[in-house]
Design a protein around this ligand. Structure first.
Ligand code: DC
Length: 225
């Protein structure tokens, strides 16, 4: 059942479980789900393909302004991201893109371009959006703002288990190191750094599974209509 006009912002660091949780909450409430990290990842992929240096803020900004991005819900209820008409949903999840994306997301002009698009996507409401700056910058008027977090070790372990399932050979230590680097860049950049928005609910998911986190968010919404 869609609740008219409702908007939910879910922010948090990599590995906090926010994408899975946000998708499940959107599904339960019949709302649109928007994964804003996927948009930063698409700009990164395009830059890597075109051999644009990830230090070249001007060229990256131009890319972010010109890139044709659309986010589509498929008949099987999954969401796919199309870049210039090509489905890049799987390619944006590779380690190569994950390693570069924090640099791209730190570029002011890139953020300005993508935040503007995200604001438009959220303007009509009936949306769950996840990212790093949704409650603070993209949807500051959101009805519900949630900040998911978990210990670095737990977040690394989740990512490692995911990669093990995909038969990717990487150590837990490497993952933890990579996460630490991304956290540092995401939290210390000049524009829209990752931090809980004023008035948000902070949920530590270290000892919770996905069902428990989704349950807590749905009861928050049901108890505070
Ligand atoms: O959630 P994710 O791992 O797909 O995010 C990829 C990167 O993009 C990560 O470095 C943080 C950044 N990001 C951001 O700065 N702002 C957002 N709204 C979403 C993601």
């Amino acid at each position: 059942m869609g609740k008219k006009g409702i908007s939910i912002a879910i922010d948090g660091p990599a590995g906090s479980g926010k994408s899975t949780v946000a998708r499940r909450v959107a599904e339960a409430l019949g709302l649109l789900y928007v994964d804003t990290g996927a948009m930063y990842r698409a700009v990164t992929l395009k830059a890597q393909r075109e051999k644009i240096s990830l230090d070249d803020g001007e060229a990256l900004t131009k890319l972010a302004n010109e890139l044709d991005l659309s986010y589509k819900k498929m008949p099987d209820h999954t969401y796919r991201l199309f870049m210039d008409g090509e489905d890049v949903s799987d390619e944006i999840r590779t380690e190569r893109v994950s390693t570069g994306v924090s640099l791209v997301a730190a570029v002011k002009g890139v953020r300005r371009a993508l935040v503007e698009r995200q604001k438009q996507m959220g303007a009509a409401g009936d949306v769950v959006m996840d990212g790093r700056d949704i409650g603070s910058t993209v949807l500051p008027e959101a009805d519900y703002k949630i900040f998911l977090t978990a210990s670095i070790h737990e977040r690394a372990k989740r990512r490692w288990l995911e990669l093990q399932a995909q038969k990717v050979d990487v150590s837990l230590e490497e993952i933890e190191e990579g996460l630490q680097k991304r956290d540092y860049i995401d939290c210390n950049r000049e524009t829209d750094p990752l931090r809980p928005a004023p008035g948000c609910l902070i949920l530590d998911t270290t000892d919770l599974d996905i069902d428990q986190v989704v349950g807590k968010i749905l009861s928050l919404i049901n108890n505070n209509p």
